[in-house]
Design a protein around this ligand. Sequence first.
Ligand code: ADP
Length: 212
Amino acid sequence: MKIYKNFISFEGIDYSGKSTQIQELQKRLQDNGIETIVLREPGGTPISEKIRDLLLSNDHSEMHRITEFLLYEAARAQLVHQKILPLLDKNIHIIADRFYDSTTAYQGYGRKLNLEVIQTINRFATSNLQPFKTFFIDISPEEAEKRHQYQNRNKDRLEKSGLQFYQLIRAGFTQMCRKEPERFIRIEGERKSAEIAGEIWTHISRLWPVKT
Ligand code: ADP
């Protein structure tokens, strides 16, 4: 595996608070003289953004789960080789809002694609690049649904199958934390944002020494 100390990722189900925490972390790092680049998956390069549009569009409900999987990997391959690796080689700090663990969780544990195939293609797409640390922000699907409803008052509640799907994904992330305890840091996400940010900061200031 290719591991750069200046590359970390955030994972978790939708609405777990990844963007909120990444934004806060980026601000704190900047205040401490560390500039970071935040990259969001899928996307981050012109090709990857086009693939993102295809993946997130409502026009393609016929998309097969294998097609979906390969499109995520294609977007990731372009992002890693066009952007992430060149930046890491220049010693720039990168925070990824989702990386290949999301594919393992959603397409593997969620949509039941073969986990070994996913691991092989994850490695192939990234030329074996692995995040130095991965923060898994853990919330229950019920909490995610509450946040979803709060944000989208006019939309229907998530379907029951939606909740079950998110249960599978959450269980997948939990399993992945057990398999790679050195890399994953599980963060209890059903707390006040400021408290979560404080805990993440404690970890980060050890990983990336800052002058606090
Ligand atoms: P993600 O990037 O994981 O989808 P966001 O950071 O966009 O999550 O947060 C999703 C929603 O939940 C937003 O409306 C945000 O304001 C809210 N939120 C984020 N963190 C918390 C928290 N700790 N407690 C309650 N709500 C939160």
